[in-house]
Design a protein around this ligand. Structure first.
Ligand code: AMP
Ligand code: ZN
Length: 307
């Protein structure tokens, strides 16, 4: 049986309840206090669940150096998702002309030059460069907690669960190959249990990133074949279940790119996991109702929502 697409009705209900505040741009919403209270509770629950990791906290703003993106494969793999920051550097006359065009909503892009910044596409990106700048890793490697950074993906949509800017709560493991992939695999189960405790029925599935173009289809097939990406899927409002968390094994890609080495001389590998904050909050609102005050006490307790 094909499930009905309830995304438009769900979006309208979120706005009506003040959980989402429309900005006029698809996939970009303000959020009301109830939504944010749940999101903060979720982030804290993830932090508590990961306490045994003794992860090093390393938070970054939602921009990365443009060079970092250029040095990675991102623009080959996901040119359609990248967000680039431009700025004005010109004369007073040029500024006046730019303003004139902009105020008429005409094309003022000719006055804008590419800056040295791009929007962060995944919260783990700046982590690898930071660790690459350090001495070689001790045995056992390192776990980094980059927190829930805002990330950008240029994928405008009417689906309330497909945002252009959202919070991705990551954890990153950098170690020898066996340690990295074992950690990734263990977290699939841990993530599933965390979501089950919140009343969310999440199923794991081997997945692929949305690689661009024809060449991208081959990259996606190879990623699937090697089971490098696993997602936890939950039914939100669309006809298909939506990925609310991802568990990635990058093999030696990021370590090599960023010069991360093990003190033992062995090859370093990396793995990361990303919980999509907004998608999990939306799934909770879908399952338990739009008013968190009426949610089951166990769920409210886990999220430490005030009475
Ligand atoms: P990814 O790096 O694509 O695996 O994304 C990590 C997690 O972020 C996914 O499992 C989703 O929960 C979330 N996510 C990815 N894309 C979006 C989006 N466009 N809107 C909201 N959440 C997203
Ligand atoms: Zn990551």
């Amino acid at each position: 049986m094909t499930a009905v697409d309830q995304r438009p009705a769900f979006l309208a209900a979120l706005i009506e309840a003040g959980l989402f505040v429309p900005t006029g741009v698809k996939g970009v919403y303000g959020r009301g206090s109830q939504f944010e209270a749940v999101r903060f509770g979720l982030d804290d629950l993830i932090t508590r669940s990961a306490v045994d990791e003794r992860a090093e906290v390393l938070h970054f703003p939602p921009v990365i150096p443009r060079r970092m993106l250029e040095s990675s494969e991102y623009l080959r793999s996901f040119p359609h998702l990248a967000g680039t920051i431009f700025g004005f550097e010109g004369s007073e006359a040029a500024a006046a002309e730019q303003f004139e065009l902009a105020s008429q909503h005409a094309d003022w892009s000719g006055f804008q030059a590419m800056s040295d910044l791009v929007l962060t596409p995944a919260s783990c990106y700046p982590v690898y460069a930071a660790v690459g700048g350090r001495p070689p890793l001790v045995a056992g490697g390192v776990t980094i907690d980059p927190g829930a950074a805002y990330v950008f993906r240029r994928e405008p949509s009417d689906d309330p669960a497909r945002l252009q800017m959202f919070h991705m709560r990551e954890l990153v493991r950098i170690a020898d190959p066996v340690t990295a992939v074992t950690w990734r695999d263990a977290w699939i189960d841990r993530g599933q249990a965390l979501l089950a405790d919140l009343g969310l029925d999440a199923a794991p599935d081997v997945a692929a990133d949305p690689f661009f173009g024809r060449a991208g289809r081959m990259l996606a097939a190879s990623q699937r074949e090697q089971q490098l990406k696993v997602e936890l899927l939950v039914q939100i409002a669309g006809p298909e279940p939506t990925a609310v968390a991802s568990f990635n094994y990058h093999q030696g890609y990021f370590a090599h790119l960023n010069g991360i080495r093990l003190a033992s001389g062995g090859e370093a590998h990396t793995a990361c996991l990303g919980f999509g904050h907004e998608r999990i909050v939306l799934a909770l609102l879908r399952v338990h109702g739009l008013d968190p005050a009426t949610w089951p006490a166990t769920v409210r307790d886990r999220l430490r929502l005030a009475a």
